[in-house]
Write a protein of this length. Structure first.
Length: 318
């Protein structure tokens, strides 16, 4: 029963209409209208009061490197797998790629990063640095996933108005402010965040299935190990393709991790074991030699030794 016997007031017509508009915008890959309006207000402010996930050291380094933090931005997406009959009985053994299992991860990541990019663009940012990403299985099912990304939107004080107009939207970077500063000092430019998830299924051979059901001592499950290598190869091949597509000549990998899930299929008294290997990789595409070093390159470290004489009280003697 509601507190004090009063039912909570339902949403007003205006609130229902606003919620409907936001749902439609999200369905189209956008962000809620209120978030857009708040960020557009920031874009008209020269020195906005902002929130940021940068540490004090990162903030100072970003400023010294010509990057003015203006806002914390985010992107999120939850994707439900649209196919539940995996057809385990149809796998005849060996290692096979499972694109249908990888699709929810890649769709969720892509939409999360695009929403983060939209927030940065509405705030009038030139780039987003220090992007952090979290991914989790949703509702206990490995194929239902949620991605969330956070970063700090910045304006590049070194850009001319013409250079800013020629930019194709804010550039994303999963590196810290310190790492961005180091790259700028050697003339490298961060271009975009690239990432991919690959999924393979390992159907164990009859011999390996026996190993699963009896004690054979300590033995490596070589077929599963091979599946991990296959998943990494597929992920890195796609990452190189994405890097080439955005004009990068190098990349810095910030995340490389995997998950292994076990499934069983019973048929005629025989148990077939399957292992689903997921490999997640995230990197920042960079272009070496993109511009002159800025700020000036770091000087060679020097060590100074004071050889001046001191008296018994520690005072320096003339």
């Amino acid at each position: 029963m509601p507190l004090f016997g009063k039912r909570p007031a339902g949403p007003s017509d205006a609130e229902r209409e606003a919620a409907s508009i936001d749902l439609e915008r999200i369905a189209q890959g956008g962000i809620p209208l209120g978030a857009e309006e708040r960020l557009r207000a920031l874009s008209t402010t020269d020195q906005p009061v902002f929130s940021s996930d940068l540490s004090a050291k990162e903030y100072a380094v970003a400023q010294a490197s010509g990057l003015q933090p203006i806002a914390q931005v985010m992107g999120s997406s939850v994707v439900q797998h649209g196919w539940s009959n995996y057809g385990w009985g149809g796998y005849g053994g060996g290692i096979q790629e499972m694109p249908s299992f990888a699709t929810p991860w890649n769709l969720s990541r892509t939409r999360s990063l695009e929403r983060l990019r939209q927030e940065a663009a509405f705030a009038g940012a030139d780039a987003v640095i220090a992007i952090e990403m979290s991914e989790t299985a949703f509702m206990g099912e490995a194929a239902n996933v949620e991605f969330a990304v956070f970063g700090t939107a910045v304006r590049e004080t070194t850009l001319s108005p013409t250079e800013r107009r020629n930019r194709q939207g804010p550039r994303l970077c999963a590196l810290s402010a310190q790492d961005v500063d180091k790259l700028r000092r050697i003339g490298a430019e961060t271009i975009d965040v690239i990432g991919h998830t690959s999924v393979v299924v390992v159907a164990l051979s009859p011999w390996a299935n026996q190993q699963m059901s009896a004690w054979w001592g300590n033995q490596e499950m070589t077929e599963i190990t091979e599946g991990v290598y296959a998943a990494r190869r597929l992920a890195m091949e796609e990452l190189r393709r994405q890097g080439s597509a955005v004009g990068a000549n190098d990349m810095v990998v910030s995340t490389l991790k995997h998950q292994i899930h076990h499934r069983e299929y019973e048929s005629g008294g025989y148990t077939q074991h399957f292992f689903i290997v997921s490999m997640h990789v995230l990197a920042t595409a960079i272009r070496l030699g993109a511009h002159a070093p800025h700020p000036s390159p770091l000087p060679i470290p020097m060590m100074s030794i004071n050889l001046a004489a001191h008296d018994k009280d520690g005072r320096r003697m003339a």
